[in-house]
Each structure stands twice: as structure tokens, then as C-alpha cells.
Design a protein around this ligand. Sequence first.
Ligand code: SAM
Length: 144
Amino acid sequence: ATSGKSSLADIVGGPSEVVLTILDFPEVKCRVLDLGHVIAKASIGTDVEYISGDMFDSVPLANVVLLKWMFHDWGDDGCVKILKNWPSDPKHKELHALYDLFIMLINGTDRDEQQWKKVIFEVGFSDYKIMLVLGFRSIFEVYP
Ligand SMILES: C[S@+](CC[C@H](N)C(=O)[O-])C[C@H]1O[C@@H](n2cnc3c(N)ncnc32)[C@H](O)[C@@H]1O
């Protein structure tokens, strides 16, 4: 959207660089946010835009936000704070309509569906969908 393409932001992309698999889809512009010392070691020479920063301060704009394997590091308060960063940030207000889908790959052993439901509705999302994949992991889609 921001560049005329669809865009995906991998927040706390970390060293796994899952986003590199998405480069097979050239119509999607990919951004990865992580802390400075991790971004300093990121691959260069790809079309991925690497951004160093703290996800609690600000996050890159994108149509789709990928939050993979990170919620287990945070308590409910942290998860709510992370997820509220997008819908409540006035800087991003004009892009709200584009934020129709958040994809989160989470470690399902840490929170069961009821515990996730509480977090998701506390953030203010209106609905969610869970897809069970890879055994104990799940993909969550949450809707504004
Ligand atoms: C387990 S999480 C993400 C893992 C990654 N998405 C994956 O699937 O392997 C670890 C990453 O979170 C990053 N991280 C932790 N706190 C952060 C913050 N406040 N802002 C941005 N990145 C952060 C760390 O630097 C680390 O690369």
C-alpha cells in the first residue's frame, strides 16, 4: 500500500528470516523490524527493508503484520500493549482500513484459546480465527 504494492511487516523478525520465503511473491513489499544489534546482522542484498527499532515505540506500516513466535515471551499486559500499538497509534489512523488482517504464529502450549480470547478482546479486536498447524503451533487471524 505504501509503495503501491501489498506490504508485509515481520515484527521482531529475528534471525529466522521467514520473510525471505515471501520474496518469491514480488508483488509483496517486505519489511522486518527488530532491535538494532539483530538488524545489523541481517542479510543485505535482498528486497527486504530492514528497520531497527523497538516494537513498543513504533512499528512499520504494512497491510499485513506478521508476529511469529514471540507472544510467549510476554505476559498478557505485554501482548495487549504490542497489539494495541497498531490500532491506537494516531500516526497510523488513516491506514486503519488496510489493517484488516493480523497474522500471529504463536506457541499454543503457552496460552489456550480461552486465554487468547481474553487478550484479543481486551485489545479491542472484534473477532478472530485460529488455524491449527504444525502440531502445537497455531496461526491466529484477528480482525479490527
Ligand atoms: C522469539 S522473538 C522472535 C522470533 C522470530 N519471529 C522467529 O520466528 O524466530 C526474538 C526476537 O525478538 C526481538 N525483540 C525482542 N524485543 C523486541 C522489541 N522490543 N522490539 C523489537 N524486537 C524485539 C529480539 O531481538 C529477537 O530477534
